[in-house]
Design a protein around this ligand. Sequence first.
Ligand code: ARG
Length: 478
Amino acid sequence: MTAAHPSAPAAQPAAAPSAPASTAKLWGGRFSEGTDALVEAFSESVSFDQRLWRQDIAGSTAHARMLGKVGVLKADDVEAIVAGLASIRAEIEAGRFEWQLALEDVHMNIESRLTALIGDAGKRLHTARSRNDQVATDIRLYVRDAIDELVAVIEELAEALLDLAEREADSIMPGFTHMQVAQPVTFGHHMLAWREQVLRDRARLLDARRRTNVLPLGSAALAGTVYPIDRPFVAEQLGFDSVSENSLDAVSDRDFAIEFVAACAMTMLHLSRWSEELILWCTPMFGFVKLPDRYCTGSSIMPQKKNPDVPELVRGKTGRVVGDLNTLLVLMKGQPLAYNRDNQEDKPPIFDAHDTVSASLRLFAAMLPSVEVQRATCRAAAFKGYSTATDLADYLVKKGLPFRDAHHAVGSAVGHAVAKGCDLSELSLEELRGFSPLITADVFEVLTLDGSVNARNHWGGTAPAQVRAAIARARARR
Ligand code: ARG
């Protein structure tokens, strides 16, 4: 088979790659028969890696300019390549590019089209590189851009949480441990807890970005290239912070992608935990919040239903992203140096993790500002669960009782109140004094919900004043 290029296709409306049985391969020189159709279908990646077209064109443009700069390519070849790549970009943007399965991947589809458009100059583009360093470059550019996108959405979400925390700084709800009412907290404090989680997710993404933003191009297939390449020049054009140190490592490892997807999985884990809370909170049994109708759906049979589908799906989709991480970890574990075709399988999990976490974050950022907090219900729930019992124990400690004895005395008082079916604050002073003579009339201040939250008035505590202080610190930091 000769290494002929397919002729320039006319303007196409095509979207999905077409599959002619035996398009000549760009690597076909040493082969005496065409690829088996099953192999072609099995090994193609263009159906999913065409998504890297922007990165591929950017990488090729930078590579061509560099080859011109160092004198490997003539100036008019470079010009033709750069212009040809620009018109391919326009074709793809307009949906006129015909992706061909037989051309395997995004790289060969674009290169083949380039040669169809500009002739021999197109065939010179692949000088001093390999698809191995090309794809490693594309995927690093993709992950870097994905990180920047997710970081921006997380910042939007963190802002929404800050506003919600401010709105609900004084609203009291039960805090839970073991899913049992533990101590009263402010709703604002709870929102700021969520915010801390995504801020760490943001930090993890940015940390992964540092190790992602390193240029592999120039590593060629695995050992480097015989041409006098200028890698820092390419890095600068593509916005990479540095140039990879070792060609074998640069074409083969996908640890940066694993870190990225791990950060995505952690982000989803957080969103999933929030989802679980929201789903509980909007049941009639809790009734802490109302989700806006536009973020819920109904049932085809039960007319009364308003289901919290968004948080349910976020919780469900978390499994996918954890699966994506697992896919990448297992993909990498058996690979000797250097590039192996296994790595082609890195893209679906990377794209899926990115898409899923991006959509989930966007939905939360959009939905949270219109969540209606049912303040009276939250407060009543905190009142019901003896959530100020610890406050009574601390009150007795302040009056000189050892904490263990105070704990025991309050436990007895709670038992008494449970039997009577009332709250601690509803017991009379005489009844309370029956559990400890140290109790005096000022006890009722500490038994109230407001007294309880206001007393936790230190950096990181739940007091409304501290919620406001935390919000002020967050706003000053921006
Ligand atoms: N589609 C391939 C990938 O994603 C490109 C690199 C192929 N390299 C090769 N030597 N076959 O990994």
